[in-house]
Write a new protein. Structure first.
Length: 260
């Protein structure tokens, strides 16, 4: 069979089939890797969600907060609205046919009893109010207690996303805490808080809960498909070659017998 597969007639096709089987098997392994990553993410998130709310004060300010993403958190302090920025291209789904476009306001909160600050995603405002000179109508001037979840700083855009240019910016594509820290007068904590909805808060900005898909997705099914394709091609191809060769030999023998 090996001699037949690598004969003058079939050797090029055989190499292509071997390459295709290898690619399919690699795609199957890739899907399994993605499944493992998805499971690790789900376990991390559910583990943090099961923790009691973290009170962000005292020793907690020096904890590894980035490792606590999606853990509930509470913090007391005062906003510095003069140094807030916006996260552009954000949508608000209010149950209409299409979501409304706007921005999120990101405001430094000076933590009570400390000289530290944390960036707070206070929520969504409509595009009509997205100009910086209109942000102050949404100020919360008193000492506030913020309840939300810890979010990691965004260092790079998702696939197809646009990174932020260099320099001082008022509108950002990413919540890059490290870069935003360079343009505010406080030492920001290395994460930010996404403020949770509150039944007592009915005005703008609209608080938004992170939308998380904690399922395992379709990775296992795709992996099985790719491995199945690899097996079918790898096993079926030699049978096809043998069958085709036998038919060709039979036709040749038939022509020889007819010529005599």
């Amino acid at each position: 069979m090996l001699r037949l597969l690598f004969s003058r007639q079939w050797w090029w096709t055989t190499l292509l089939v071997i390459a295709a089987v290898g690619v399919m098997a690699r795609l199957g392994v890739w899907q399994l890797d993605r499944l493992a990553g998805r499971r690790a993410f789900n376990a991390r998130v559910t583990g943090q969600q099961a923790q009691p709310p973290l009170v962000l004060s005292g020793a907690a300010l020096d904890a590894d907060l980035s490792a606590m993403e999606y853990r509930a958190v509470t913090v007391v302090g005062q906003y510095d609205h003069a140094q807030q920025v916006a996260l552009r291209n954000q949508a608000w789904d209010d149950g209409q046919a299409t979501a409304r476009v706007g921005v999120h306001l990101l405001t430094p909160l000076v933590i009570a009893g400390s000289d530290r600050a944390v960036l707070v995603d206070r929520g969504w405002i409509p595009q009509a109010s997205a100009a910086p000179e209109q942000w102050r109508q949404f100020d919360e001037p008193e000492t506030v207690e913020v309840r939300g979840v810890i979010r990691r700083s965004q260092d790079r855009p998702d696939f197809g996303g646009v990174p932020d240019p260099a320099g001082h910016l008022l509108a950002w594509n990413l919540v890059s805490v490290e870069r935003i820290d360079e343009q505010v007068s406080y030492a920001l904590l290395p994460m930010y808080i996404q403020q949770s909805p509150d039944l007592t808060w009915t005005g703008l900005p609209y608080r938004i809960t992170p939308k998380l898909d904690l399922s395992e997705g379709s990775h296992l099914g795709y992996a099985v498909q790719w491995f199945s394709f690899a097996v079918l091609l790898g096993v079926g191809y030699p049978f096809y070659v043998r069958s085709s060769t036998q038919r060709a030999l039979a036709r040749q023998a038939s022509r020889v017998s007819l010529s005599h």
